[in-house]
Design a protein around this ligand. Structure first.
Ligand code: 5RP
Length: 233
């Protein structure tokens, strides 16, 4: 099985927890894309749900599949969000934002009673940090914010390079919210809670990719089957 097959397997399992009438948050990324495709087929078959997306890309995909879409203004409380992750540990702490959607992903997750993470099992790590931590910042004052971010990282006992994320054509990547992303190459994050708290109070930081206390379960697919962390229902 390919890694993409595993992502689809995890997405299919998550679909079993969608009930008629649910208000759903739809994640972003290649794994969440499988979930939205599968959900679209169920909606075409008559399943009634209302959904909020975490990115313009997912919004377009869901609308093309005729999935009924709403916003957090119209539907501020969600029952369940299904989303991927770049990394997770056994305590369901996540790194997200590889697809640059971390801000909306965290807002949607926070509005959701439950969050099921879907991933292939390569995303499970003993210690977070191998995947560069995305930090969304406002363009104004970038250098001052960059220095404050480095100080916050040091205060949490970590260190590493900060890289401004660019598109393949070399231009600076802008998020859906019009912000930049600094990717922090830390290797290991031994104190994720401390790092999360230190980053959160920097004025130029809009959001960061540590999701702590959001995921209620994870469905991880491997060549030998599915593993569940946390509580699915
Ligand atoms: C997007 C994300 C994605 O969930 C994360 O990047 C995982 O993506 P994929 O399912 O393609 O591996 O956080 O901002």
């Amino acid at each position: 099985m390919t890694q993409d097959d595993l992502k689809k397997l995890a997405a299919a399992r998550a679909l079993e927890f969608v009930r008629p009438g649910m208000r759903l948050g739809l994640g972003t990324g290649s794994t969440a894309k499988h979930f939205v495709d599968l959900l679209g087929a169920r909606v075409a078959g008559g399943l009634g749900v209302i959904c909020v997306s975490t990115s313009e890309v997912t919004e377009a995909q869901a609308r093309a599949l005729a999935i009924p879409m709403s916003t957090l203004d119209e539907t501020p409380e969600l029952d369940l969000t299904i989303d991927g992750a770049d990394e997770l540990d056994a305590e369901l702490r996540l790194i997200k934002g590889g697809g640059a959607a971390l801000l909306r992903e965290k807002i949607v997750a926070a509005a959701s009673a439950r969050m099921i993470v879907i991933a292939d099992d390569s995303k499970l790590v003993d210690t977070l940090g191998r995947f560069p931590l995305p930090i969304e910042v406002v363009p104004f004052g970038l250098e001052a914010t960059r220095r404050a971010v480095l100080a916050a990282i040091a205060s949490a006992g970590a260190s590493g390079e900060l890289v401004l994320r660019r598109k393949p054509d070399g231009s600076v990547l802008l998020t859906d919210g019009g912000h930049y992303i600094l990717d922090a190459h830390l290797g290991v994050i031994t104190r994720p809670e401390a790092l999360s708290a230190a980053l959160a109070v920097i004025p130029g930081v809009v959001e960061h990719g540590l999701f702590i206390g959001f995921a209620t379960a994870a469905i991880l697919a491997s060549g030998t089957g599915l593993t569940v962390l946390g509580t699915l229902e």
